[in-house]
Design a protein around this ligand. Sequence first.
Ligand SMILES: O=C(Nc1ccccc1F)[C@H](C1CCCCC1)n1c(-c2ccc(Cl)cc2)nc2cc(F)c(F)cc21
Length: 233
Amino acid sequence: KEKIEFTTEQQALMRVITDAYNKHQIPQDVTKKLLQDQYSTEENFLLLTEMATSQVQVLVEFTKNIPGFLSLDREDQIALLKGSAVEAMFLRSAQALNKKMPIGHTEVLEERIHKSGISEEFIKPMFNFYKSIGELHMVLEEQALLTTITILTPDRPYVKDQPAVERLQENVLDLLRKMCVLHHPQEPQYFARLLGRLTELRTLSHYHAEMLASWKVNNHKFTPLLCEIWDVQ
Ligand SMILES: O=C(Nc1ccccc1F)[C@H](C1CCCCC1)n1c(-c2ccc(Cl)cc2)nc2cc(F)c(F)cc21
C-alpha cells in the first residue's frame, strides 16, 4: 500500500483551490430552479445564458486564486480563460447532475434538461459525458483540481508562453495524481481515466456554439460577455 505524502506546498495548493472552488454556488441555484418548475424553451434558454454568464464571472474569480496564474502574461491569462470557459461550464453541469440528491430528483432534472429546448442530436453526447463523469465518483478536491487542470491547458489558441502554463499545470497534475491514489487506492488507473474525460469534455465543448444556435427558440439573445467567450452571435 503506497504511503501518500503531500508537501507543504501541495497542502497549501489543495486548500486554496478547494476553498476557491467551494465559493461557487451556481450549480445549486440552477438545479434548485430546474427541480422547482418546468420552464418553456424560451425561459430555459434565458436561464442558460444567465447561468453561463455568471459562470464566466465566477471562473475569472476562481482563476485569481490559482497560484501563479496572475503572474502569467496578461494576454495569456485571457487566452486560458477564453479557451476553458465552455469546458468549465460543462464540467460544472456534469457535477451538478451527479450531485447526491433525494430519490427521484435526478430523474426529474434529467427529464427537464431533455425537454429544455436543446436539439436532439446533442442530448446523447451531452448525457454520455455527464454519465461518464458520474461513474468516476469524484471527491470535491478532484473536481476542483480537474477544473484547474482544464484552465491551465497550455495548448489553447493564442497562448504565447506555453512552458509557463505547463509548469503551473504540472504542479496541479502532480497533486491530482496523489489525490487519486489517496481516494481511489483500489483503482490504479483512476488518474488516467480522469484525464481521459478531459478529451471527451473538449469534444463536447466543440459543439457548444451549435448547441446554443439550435436551441428551440425564435430569437437567440446572448449577453455581451457570452458573445465574447462563447463564440456566439
Ligand atoms: O445552466 C446550466 N448549466 C450550468 C451553467 C453554469 C453553472 C452550472 C450549470 F449547471 C444548463 C441548464 C440551463 C437551463 C436549461 C437546462 C440546462 N445545464 C446544462 C447545459 C449547459 C449548456 C448547454 Cl449548451 C446545454 C445544457 N447541463 C446541465 C446539467 C445539469 F445537471 C444542470 F443542473 C444544468 C445543466
